[in-house]
Ligand binder design. Structure first.
Ligand SMILES: *Cc1c(COP(=O)(O)O)cnc(C)c1O
Length: 432
């Protein structure tokens, strides 16, 4: 497979765009080679500049649960655009989406829309601090909550992929107010609460961690976080940016039966357009400006196009069969991939929940950042390239989660497993 046009498009981009990309993991640093420039997406297929087709398991890093250019979503965006793209006034579309969100996430009694996930988590933490009048935030190593200063400490996703957990530019004073603990370790949480008792404003967690690969919580872990925060008068924030509307309509909190104080959403929420949201208990949300003193704002927050795309997406997800079908495809795919790796004696830990999945090339189970770090990233890079060459687009990093969409077909799954078989065989043949 030749990527001539992508290569020249990338050199063009690098002349004006920092690093040639507008978000670091897109640069393919973790897997080598040149990022593939896409020009079109249809259902589960991506089309690049050089005329190749790929089965897409990245789906814009999670938002496209309906696949690319879903007709209902496109239509909603088109008709919204014809009425004007932004007013800087309230619109009814905002209430419509807010009602749909709140019906699925009853814990979000009040919410507010933002233009990105980062804004949502950043604002949530400010609100949590303002409400509790405490400064400390607990986060878990390998969890990613966007790129605001308070979270860029042992963060996942791009920060992890590039091996720069602590970004220059984050003041030591800010970092000092973020306690980083290992994921899935109850003892560490208990100790932190013993030591800092009444100073912890909130614990923020990705209930199913999807930014260090996919790492699932141990039994009882999330419930423990709920109890420990409640006892200490701290808030529990579920960052459901990935899991919201994906693992169930009401996210991981629905699946686990846990009610956090605050929740952050993004990705699927905007149906492929920029949107985030944060919300929770009414008494907390009421501290937000203009009702309360905690400031938060956004020129394009609640943008009509994003709201329209979000409404169309959430309505399309009302199809009850859809989640069951995704579950079925996801199980088939992961069983098939595991069988391929096992048959060829490749140590792997393949995890999945609903339509999110990830294979770590590691010989021990992965339950936190440290065990994820033991994965063979060189092997992942080779596997990624071998799959790409066979028309399968996987996340360009070992530390990202792959996704399925409702547009994937049985045939896509079969072709992907067959591609993996060939890819793995090609890796095992010693290079001549
Ligand atoms: C993607 C993501 C974010 C950040 O959202 P952006 O829209 O990229 O700013 C925050 N938290 C989690 C869990 C995410 O997956």
């Amino acid at each position: 497979m030749k990527f001539e046009r992508s290569i020249s498009a990338f050199s063009r981009a690098r002349r004006t765009i920092a690093g040639g990309v507008n978000s670091p993991v897109r640069a393919f640093r973790a897997v080598g080679g040149t990022p593939v420039f896409m020009k079109e997406g249809r259902e589960a297929t991506l089309f690049d500049l050089d005329g190749h087709e790929f089965i897409d398991y990245v789906l814009s890093w999670g938002p496209l649960i309906l696949g690319h250019a879903h007709p209902a979503v496109v239509k909603a965006i088109q008709s919204a655009a014809l009425r004007g793209t932004s007013f800087g006034t309230p619109t009814e579309a905002e209430s419509e989406l807010a009602e749909l969100v709140s019906a699925r996430f009853p814990s979000m009694q009040r919410l507010r829309f933002t233009s990105s996930g980062t804004e949502a988590t950043m604002s949530t933490v400010r609100l949590a601090r303002g409400f509790t009048k405490r400064d400390l935030i607990v986060k878990f190593a390998g969890c990613y909550h966007g790129h605001a200063d308070a979270f860029l400490i042992a963060a996942g996703s791009g920060a992890l992929t590039h091996g720069v957990p602590d970004s220059p530019g984050v003041p030591a004073g800010v970092a000092a107010d973020t306690l980083v603990l290992p994921f899935n370790d109850m003892e560490a949480v208990r100790e932190a609460f013993e030591r800092h008792a009444r100073r912890i404003a909130a614990v923020i967690v990705e209930p199913y961690a999807g930014n260090m690969g996919l790492v699932l919580p141990r039994g009882g872990y999330l419930r423990f976080l709920r109890e420990v925060t409640q006892q200490a008068g701290s808030l529990l924030i579920f960052d459901e940016m990935i899991t919201g509307f994906r693992v169930a309509p009401g996210g991981a909190q629905e699946v686990e039966g846990i009610v956090p104080d605050l929740t952050t959403l993004g990705k699927i929420l905007g149906g492929g357009l920029p949107a985030g949201a944060f919300g929770g208990r009414a008494d907390i949300m009421q501290e937000l400006s203009p009702e309360g003193p905690v400031y938060q704002a956004g020129t394009l927050s609640g943008n009509p196009l994003a709201m329209a795309a979000g409404v169309a997406t959430l309505r399309a997800l009302e199809d009850q069969q859809l989640y069951a079908r995704l579950e079925d495809l996801s199980a088939q795919l992961c069983d098939g991939l595991t069988a391929v790796f096992d048959r060829h004696g490749i140590a792997n830990q393949t995890y999945r929940t609903a339509s999110m999945f990830c294979t770590f090339f590691a010989d021990r189970p992965v339950h936190d950042l440290e065990t994820a770090g033991a994965a063979d990233t060189n092997l992942y890079a080779k596997y990624f390239q071998a799959m790409l060459a066979r028309g399968v687009y996987l996340p360009p990093s070992q530390f990202e989660t792959a996704f399925l969409s409702a547009a994937h077909t049985q045939r896509d799954i079969e072709r992907t497993i067959a591609a993996a078989e060939e890819a793995v065989e090609s890796l095992l043949i010693p290079a001549r």
